[in-house]
Design a protein around this ligand. Structure first.
Ligand SMILES: Cc1cc2nc3c(=O)[nH]c(=O)nc-3n(C[C@H](O)[C@H](O)[C@H](O)COP(=O)(O)OP(=O)(O)OC[C@H]3O[C@@H](n4cnc5c(N)ncnc54)[C@H](O)[C@@H]3O)c2cc1C
Length: 294
């Protein structure tokens, strides 16, 4: 489809998509369209050349291996969430809070990552899980750690003509691994996060043998809390260590104030979420929820 300023392609295979991206390096990908179309409806922009990826079967796949899931970049949330939730229940619960059912039937992981928003909900979880992105350009595929994809506000390490083909998510390696995911938004349903916290903690004999911590909404990109992780790694799982790790969050992030939350609120809630994770793991009988949702 073409007019004077706009062109639209709808490839039917991965090889067609790759070639179109090589031939049209400025093209914008459209998967579910639930983010990119806002540029038309809210900003009245023309998108120029667009490439719809929803008809590319190779991007709609879901594979479950012994050690990982491989999720096609254009597979809608609704299609894979139950499989993921079986291994990571809190990740599944969080995805159930992305937009509405209509958004989850349409929106994709590739779009959530490719949008590179600091408040996209899945990137902090994927970073804490050490997920990998398979990026394709022509017939070449390279794999990067997802944390290396986000470079600066809305800037990624994706090269010209490159696109996300799939996302690889490691499965839990042991029963000692706990994934805690917290989405903080003004409304429970269908709202954008002010802060999204993920704590991926392995605790063996009351010692934190592995900690990966990542947040959204705390910086210009979704990012790991390296200082916080260092305060946790190899340490006993005690209140004193949690307090030290909470303090370290101030070295990891300098959050901004905006319409969703003030910078002070963001830091306070981030620290409180680590406390909440500690209580939920160390005292599972304690009810940390304010409200029980039906
Ligand atoms: C009402 C509403 C509620 C929402 N609620 C939430 C929410 O709670 N949490 C949340 O995180 N988001 C939310 N969103 C945003 C959006 O739904 C998600 O980010 C969704 O995952 C985007 O996926 P998509 O397939 O629709 O992306 P698209 O809109 O198709 O694309 C988004 C961006 O990613 C790029 N892209 C798409 N596919 C690829 C690829 N394979 N490789 C590289 N780049 C690619 C596009 O070019 C574009 O820049 C909401 C949106 C709406 C309209």
């Amino acid at each position: 489809l073409t007019d004077d300023e706009q062109q639209a392609f709808s490839p039917l295979s991965l090889s067609q998509l790759s070639q179109i991206m090589l031939d049209n390096p400025q093209a914008r990908l459209v998967a579910g369209g639930t983010d990119i179309v806002l540029e038309i409806t809210q900003m009245h922009k023309k998108l120029g050349t667009i490439v719809y990826v929803g008809n590319v079967p190779e991007l709609q796949t879901f594979e479950e291996h012994d050690d990982k899931f491989v999720i096609g970049a254009a597979l809608p949330y609704s299609e894979f969430t139950p499989h993921l939730a079986a291994h990571y229940p809190e990740f599944g619960d969080m995805i159930e809070r992305i937009g509405s059912l209509q958004i989850r039937n349409q929106g994709t992981l590739g779009g959530n990552v490719g949008n590179a928003s600091p408040i996209g909900d899945t990137p902090p979880v994927l970073i804490a899980l050490d997920a990998k992105l398979n990026l394709r350009c022509g017939d070449k595929v390279r794999q990067i750690a997802i944390e290396d994809y986000f470079v600066d506000y809305k800037v990624t390490s994706q090269q010209v003509s490159e696109f996300i083909e799939s996302i690889e998510i490691p499965k839990p390696v042991s029963k000692a691994q706990q994934l805690k995911v917290y989405k903080i938004s003004k409304r429970f349903d269908d709202d954008i996060s002010a802060v999204l916290a993920t704590f991926n903690l392995t605790i063996e004999n009351d010692v934190i043998t592995k900690a990966r911590v990542a947040f959204g909404g705390m910086a210009g990109i979704p990012a790991r809390a390296i200082h916080c992780e260092q305060a946790l790694n190899g340490q006993p799982f005690t209140q004193a260590i949690i307090d030290a790790a909470k303090t370290q969050l101030t070295n990891d992030y300098k959050p901004m104030s905006d319409v969703r939350a003030s910078k002070d609120y963001r830091m306070t809630v981030a620290q409180n979420l680590l406390q909440k994770a500690f209580i939920e793991i160390s005292q599972p009988q304690t009810n940390t929820g304010v409200v029980q949702y039906a």
